[in-house]
Ligand binder design. Structure first.
Ligand code: SAH
Length: 220
């Protein structure tokens, strides 16, 4: 599977990465599989060389086209909320961006279906993941607020840009028991929400305030 051969890659900063993981633990990330994935994937490979030395700081970084790679805590938190204790078979990610969150999710799931509306960003991400031998990812260039109906339903849907409202197509593409994790604009701030598709309907939990770039197009 994906976790294939990341060892030995990112030799430039294994210690910095280990420190980042310790910080994540202190910040309350508990899922050992998520921490393992964060320890394994070389974050510095997902930003421009000029920024690589800052890759393991607890900060968001620009990835071009006005978009950002979220801080490590946020990436880990999304993964932890989305995946829980069991290994999902199919994960839909809206907003490929640099591909870093994709790479983390690919360690934790059977297949990641990732969609991105800026083609040039996705192309770069695809090359990076291929270089890192992460092959359990399918890519589409489209408006992710419509989801990716072709492979629905998904056990998990993760949205990495903030929506004005929860897009209906995403709810419809959740498998029974499935989980959608999405930042939603609420008054002056954004709240990370987790929606679980239960027999009785959609259960919504407010998790914590967050800061994401806006979801573009569609209902974004
Ligand atoms: N998860 C990314 C960071 C994402 S930034 C990473 O790890 O680097 C949010 C991304 O969502 C941007 O790349 C942006 O282009 C993309 N995006 C915004 N609105 C979108 C939409 N409607 N459909 C698909 N992608 C979208």
């Amino acid at each position: 599977m994906a976790s294939a051969n990341l060892d030995g890659i990112g030799m430039t900063s294994p210690r910095a990465r280990a420190r980042m993981v310790e910080r994540l633990r202190a910040q309350g990330i508990l899922n050992p599989k998520v921490l393992e994935a964060m320890a394994k994937v070389p974050r510095h490979r997902f930003v421009d060389e000029a920024l690589a030395s800052r890759a393991y700081e607890d900060t968001a970084l620009p990835i071009g086209f006005g978009q950002t790679l979220s801080q490590p805590y946020t990436v880990a938190r999304l993964a932890e909320l989305a995946v829980g204790p069991r290994r999902p078979d199919k994960v839909l990610e809206v907003g490929t961006g640099s591909g870093y969150q994709t790479a983390i999710l690919a360690q934790l799931a059977g297949t990641v279906y990732t969609v991105e509306c800026i083609e040039a960003l996705q192309k770069k991400a695809r090359f990076r993941l291929y270089d890192l031998k992460i092959y359990n990812v399918k890519y589409a260039h489209c408006d992710g607020s419509q989801g990716w109906p072709k492979y629905a339903p998904y056990d998990v849907i993760v949205v990495t840009a903030a929506a004005w409202e929860i897009p209906d197509p995403l709810l419809k593409q959740l498998a029974p028991g499935g989980v959608l994790v999405i930042p939603v604009e609420q008054g002056p701030r954004q709240i990370l929400k987790r929606i679980t598709c239960t027999e009785a309907g959609y259960a919504v939990e407010d998790i914590e305030p967050v800061k994401f770039v806006p979801l573009l197009g569609g209902k974004g």
